[in-house]
Write a protein that binds this ligand. Structure first.
Ligand code: PGA
Length: 252
């Protein structure tokens, strides 16, 4: 299957930002997209506390709602954690797992990320599995090896193009204003495409690979135009509808 046959996804990761007042943004976004024929899927991942309300304000619209993380277990004695089943119940369609902030702040390993992705599949959610190298690893020429081992360790059995999305997010580009060059993005994404083919078989060719790391309206078209890029995972620029729409416009 050619790259162009894959329906892109533009996903917004709000991180730990947004209370009820922030719901005006997805409401605005919903209004902006009314009547627009989109050539991509759009996802907003607000904090879990407002997933249900976010879904309600966008009711009948084109925007899906997602979670930012989930526990591997369906329920149990895990104070403060949220299961994939709970996210699904709140209205989520997808969940981000293995974001570098989770891998760093919570010391999450590839095996834990794979278990979370498996939990997402169990609950009927699409898992957005994040991978990416640090600046040190890039400078040391280890980028492609790091991506290979993260993919091998983080993709669970049963992953297919319908239940899994890969997000390539160079750690040094997240929230820094720095972005990988188009050549660096193309190199990483083409490598990921090859590696997921080995892990997922024919499904690998149909699986969406998102780029994330300081994507904004001014650089989105160029980044999204790189080989094997099927959309974006957007942090800061997804918080305001006016910015997020500027990225979604790449696919309008
Ligand atoms: P950023 O975040 O767009 O603010 O760099 C991306 C992400 O962490 O998903």
């Amino acid at each position: 299957m050619s790259d162009t046959a894959i329906r892109p996804l533009v996903a917004g990761n709000w991180k730990m930002n947004g209370t009820t007042a922030a719901l005006r943004e997805p409401r605005l976004l919903g209004a902006m997209l009314k009547g627009v024929k989109l050539k991509c899927d759009v996802l907003v991942c607000p904090p879990a506390t407002i997933i249900r309300r976010a879904k309600a304000v966008m009711k009948g619209g084109k925007i899906k709602v997602g979670g930012q993380d989930c526990h591997a277990a369906a329920s149990g004695a895990h104070t403060g954690d949220i299961s994939a089943e709970m996210l699904k119940d709140a209205g989520a369609a997808m969940v981000i797992v293995g974001h570098s902030e989770r891998r760093t702040n919570h010391k999450e390993t590839d095996a834990e990320v794979a278990a979370k992705a498996k939990a997402a599949h169990r609950a009927g959610l699409v898992a957005i599995i994040c991978i990416g190298e640090t600046l040190e690893e890039r400078k040391g020429g280890k980028t492609l090896d790091v991506l290979t081992s993260q993919l091998k360790g983080s993709i669970p059995e049963g992953a297919n193009s319908g239940n899994t999305v890969i997000a390539y997010e160079p750690v040094w580009a997240i929230g820094t204003g720095l972005t990988a060059s188009t050549a660096e993005v193309a190199e990483a994404h083409t490598h990921i495409r090859k590696e997921i083919g080995k892990i997922m078989g024919a499904e690998g060719a149909k699986t969406r690979i998102l780029y994330g790391g300081s994507v904004k309206p001014s650089n989105a078209a160029e980044l999204m135009g790189a080989a094997n890029v099927n959309g974006a995972l957007v942090g800061g620029a997804s918080l305001k509808a006016a910015d997020f729409i500027g990225i979604i416009k790449t696919y309008m």
